[in-house]
Design a protein around this ligand. Sequence first.
Ligand code: ATP
Length: 295
Amino acid sequence: MSEDAISTATPRRVLLEVNDVTLRFGGVVALNEVNFSLYEGEILGLIGPNGAGKTTCFNVMTGVYKPTSGQVRFAGQGISGKQPHVINRIGIARTFQNIRLFPEMTALENVIVGVDARHKTSVLGALFGLPRFRRRPEEFSPDANPLLVWAQKAFGISRHRREEISGEEMAMELLRFVGIDDQANELARNLPYGYQRRLEIARALATQPKLICLDEPAAGFNPAEKEALLQLIRNIRDRGFTVLLIEHDMRLVMGVTDRIVVLEFGRKIAEGSPEEVSRDEKVIAAYLGVPADVA
Ligand SMILES: Nc1ncnc2c1ncn2[C@@H]1O[C@H](COP(=O)(O)OP(=O)(O)OP(=O)(O)O)[C@@H](O)[C@H]1O
């Protein structure tokens, strides 16, 4: 058997399973027996008209809500009912439809908070780090800092300080990765809108998730920004992250996803490749728009 035949025969590994999940808010059934799986290394789109249940689905997966019935499993482990910070540690990070940054912290500090969530030392280091410990962007290098290596050998440096420094390096690298390192020391509230959206992504990646959930990351973007975002999402996947994407922009969704799950009124109405989903009559009627004279 050729190597190609072997690799195509390799089964995909399920990373996340949504099993028969129902969530009721009083009389509203926001999710109705929803089932789908997410495979390691794929970009899955979650689409549907307004109010279909997409964000609620994210909220169930990330621990904001506990399903009324059903279960979410991640890497083989049941996660429904766990706290959001526990689920984040297990490996799911997210961004929000309405940007949620720390506005009075710099871009770099916002990402350091994400890195610190992973480290054993506290998040307070990022919040109250002394100014003398904060380096300017040009002082960062992707390589080890020779002075630091020497100082570690000569004097020994505390675990906290080592983590803090490596956290800063990692945060700076992530800002570079999402393309906003030129504004590393700018307060988040002063950043242009597109930078704030990218900063949210960098902060989510800083928690070193296996899965990153992006909730309408292109909202408010112009076509050029959308094109750049599409490339960034591909780069995120190429770095080994699995991506779940809620997005209304069909060009972006069709251009970047491997598979798509479609919700309508809390029910899954279709699942498949972008081509399959875009040909599905239920999807065309529900989401892509039935011509007004037919509707
Ligand atoms: N906390 C809540 N309390 C009551 N109802 C809610 C709550 N959150 C969501 N809903 C309802 O659940 C349904 C699904 O909402 P959800 O926000 O998940 O949809 P969506 O597909 O993300 O929509 P959009 O594309 O507009 O963001 C809607 O009818 C909404 O009004």
